[in-house]
Design a protein around this ligand. Structure first.
Ligand code: 5GP
Length: 196
């Protein structure tokens, strides 16, 4: 059986990555969402083991020491990381895996796994991004400013991405992401067995 594909879905905070993935994940078979670990406090409604594994800083640092992360990054004062074990288990079973991570981590994964597809999700405009961040109502002014600054840096790195998904309408953006995943499933490497 051929291995699954790894998709790194990234983009500025407020671009709607979570919303788009919320449409795509339940609509496709054999697609695994990688649950990250973080030291950030849970937001209202977030569940441990579902949205994130919420860890204390010492626990997170211990996992780094054990080499348990495929990548990890510090983002606006908290640590975030992708546990490597479940990702490889799923890929080896032939499932596709989606990581929803910020850009630093995305570039680390792309370096380690050049075959991974890097998808950058953007909102229609920068002012739209600011609006979306504010309307969440979960972030302080300082955090919003930091997140916007990050977004500017991330836009500079466009040459490193494989695909750009435009999130002007969620359903359209979800279609674009599904198309990217479906196309990769038709690649010769994945289908060569059908010719034997
Ligand atoms: P939030 O605090 O809004 O949930 O996430 C902040 C940023 O961290 C988002 O851009 C999110 O995609 C990213 N993120 C979530 N999990 C990971 C991870 O495991 N690794 C990295 N590098 N970034 C992550």
């Amino acid at each position: 059986m051929s291995k699954g594909n790894l998709f790194i879905v990234t983009g500025p905070s407020g671009a709607g990555k979570g919303t788009v993935l919320g449409r795509v994940m339940p609509s496709m078979e054999d697609l695994h969402y990688s649950v990250s670990a973080t030291t950030r406090a849970p937001r209202e409604g977030e569940e441990d083991g579902v949205n994130y594994y919420f860890l204390r800083k010492e626990q997170f640092l211990e996992m780094i020491g054990q080499g348990a992360f495929l990548e990890h990054a510090e983002y606006v004062g908290n640590y975030y990381g992708t546990p490597a074990g479940p990702v490889d288990e799923c890929l080896n079973k032939g499932m596709d895996v989606v990581l929803e991570i910020e850009v630093q981590g995305a570039l680390i994964v792309k370096q380690k796994r050049p075959e991974a597809k890097l998808v950058f999700i953007i909102p229609p405009s920068f002012s739209d991004l600011e609006l979306r961040l504010r309307s969440r109502g979960t972030e302080t002014e300082e955090t919003i400013a930091k997140r916007l600054e990050k977004a500017r840096e991330e836009y500079q790195m466009a040459d490193q991405y494989d695909y750009i998904v435009l999130n002007d309408k969620v359903e359209k953006a979800a279609d674009e992401l599904r198309a990217i995943i479906l196309a990769s499933r038709c690649a010769v490497g994945r289908r060569i067995n059908l010719l034997r």
